[in-house]
Structure formats: structure tokens, C-alpha cells
Design a binder for this molecule. Structure first.
Ligand code: 0L1
Ligand code: MG
Length: 262
């Protein structure tokens, strides 16, 4: 049975409060086992509305759970989508205070910046590549608000797909200068490689994740505007970090981007 609007608002308040105070909670489907994915996106929308009411700006979108490694790691079977706001931005080489987060992990991402709007339905890899101004490397810092990162798909969607921080940097390159399926990524922690993979790990082609996101938004009467930044999903499993860790992502042809935790 769909959640009523008071319950959606209460769950948004609960999850956003956990994010802002760096406190965890049990997954919300424990109390609401009948929650649908539409309910989950309604909670996510309500979290965004709370942030917008405080003057927070949307600066991008993300696809999550887009690689077999991530789906297996988290025990779910389909991608999910979330928003990125200004409070999540970390400059390249910047610091992330651990006190602001619960149990962060990092993911290597191929990021797209659009020169033209993209609107589903019917969006496909070709449309994404034609609308992309450039791609660049990014590190997403995810921080599930759920205890021990234990959730199901509805719970994680409501929790804005664990979005917490992100950093983009490296070289911005037009997508036709690269083969995004075979592009190699190496994620290093404290100077040692800890995860590696190729772009094809993201739904066969990272642009496929952007197309899915555009189709998801299109079904809700929304679009990705010109200038949108999109994180297309972790190329590898996520890697846990702790205070003192330095993380560097190197992407073939796109240079590197870094972040540190203190
Ligand atoms: O960006 C992601 O792939 C994360 C999606 C949410 C699942 C998780 O917290 O690992
Ligand atoms: Mg991600």
C-alpha cells in the first residue's frame, strides 16, 4: 500500500536528519515493509524539497548500483538514481572530515557534463554521447544512513542512494575521443591500488547509465538540463575509508582526481 504524505514527510525528516547529524538508523522498510519504489522516490523527493527550502542547489544527478560488482556487493538487482547538491561538493585534492559522515566508502566514477538537455523516454547511448560536452573522472563518497550499510532497494532509494560527497577533476575530454567501454580505472588508497576495472562494468557502457537516468526522469516529467553533471555509477565495488586515508583515482586518458579523509 502506498505511503501517505505524512509518512513520506516523516521518513524524509528522519533520513535527512541522519545525514546531517552523521547518525545511522535501521532501514526504513523494517517499519514499512509494503513500501514501493514509487514511495521510495517520493521520500527522496521530499528530502530534496527540504534542502531546497533551505536554499541548497541541485548541482547534478547520479546513477547507482550500475555494475554487477556493486549489485552483488549490496544484494540488489537494478540501478537506482539520486540527486547531488552543493553541500556534497569537495574540491579536487580537498579534505573530507570523517566527523561529518557515518561510515564512508569511495567509488570510481566516469562523470558526464551535458551540452544539451536529455529527456526520456527513448533516450539511448547515442543520444547521450551526442548531448555530452565532456567526460571527466570523479570519486563518489557514499555514506548509507543505514546501520552497517544494510538495506534493500526501496530503502536505499529513499536515502538518496547513499549520496554524501563527490569530487570531480582530472582532464575534461570529449566523449568521441575515448572508448568509454574499454577505458581503464585504478583506485588507489594511500598510494596502493585497491580496485580496478573498465568502463564496460557500468551497464556495458557508462553512457547507458546516463540514458537510464534520463528515461527515469522522463517518466516523471523531468529532464537532465544542459550543463548537468551526471555520475554514471561506480566502476568497481566501493572501498571503505577511515581518517588519514588518501584516495586517488586514475582514469586512462582522463588524468587523476584525489580526496583525503581527516
Ligand atoms: O552510487 C552508488 O552506486 C551507491 C548506490 C547506493 C548503494 C550503496 O550505498 O552502496
Ligand atoms: Mg556511485
Amino acid at each position: 500500500m502506498p505511503l501517505d504524505s505524512a509518512t513520506v514527510a516523516a521518513l524524509a525528516e528522519q533520513l535527512e536528519s541522519c545525514q546531517l547529524r552523521a547518525r545511522d538508523t535501521v532501514k526504513i522498510t523494517d517499519a514499512h515493509p509494503g513500501m514501493t519504489l514509487a514511495d521510495a522516490y517520493a521520500v527522496q523527493d521530499a528530502i530534496l524539497a527540504r534542502k531546497r527550502d533551505r536554499g541548497t542547489r541541485v548541482v547534478g544527478w547520479k546513477a547507482g548500483l550500475t555494475s554487477p560488482g556493486k549489485m552483488k556487493q549490496m544484494g540488489v538487482s537494478e540501478p537506482c538514481f539520486g540527486f547531488l547538491v552543493d553541500e556534497f561538493v569537495v574540491p579536487d585534492g580537498g579534505d573530507v572530515p570523517m566527523a561529518d559522515l557515518i561510515h564512508p566508502k569511495v567509488e570510481p566514477e566516469i562523470c558526464f557534463v551535458l551540452k544539451r538537455a536529455l529527456k526520456g523516454p527513448g533516450c539511448h547511448i547515442g543520444a547521450v554521447l551526442a548531448a555530452t560536452d565532456f567526460v571527466l573522472p570523479g570519486i563518489e563518497v557514499i555514506d548509507s544512513r543505514y546501520r552497517d550499510f544494510k538495506f534493500d532497494l526501496a530503502s536505499v532509494i529513499a536515502d538518496n542512494t547513499s549520496a554524501a560527497r563527490f569530487v570531480v577533476g582530472g582532464r575534461a575530454v570529449a566523449p568521441d575521443a575515448l572508448d568509454l567501454r574499454t577505458i581503464g580505472v585504478v583506485l588507489e588508497k594511500n598510494g596502493k591500488p585497491v580496485a580496478m576495472g573498465a568502463g564496460a562494468a557500468v551497464l556495458g557502457h557508462p553512457a547507458a547509465a546516463v540514458a537510464m537516468l534520463a528515461n527515469h526522469l522522463g517518466a516523471r516529467g523531468q529532464e537532465l538540463p544542459a550543463g548537468a553533471l551526471v555520475l554514471s555509477g561506480g566502476v568497481t565495488e566501493a572501498v571503505a575509508v577511515e581518517a588519514g586515508d588518501q584516495v586517488c583515482l586514475r582514469v586512462q586518458g582522463l588524468g587523476s582526481v584525489a580526496v583525503q579523509f581527516r
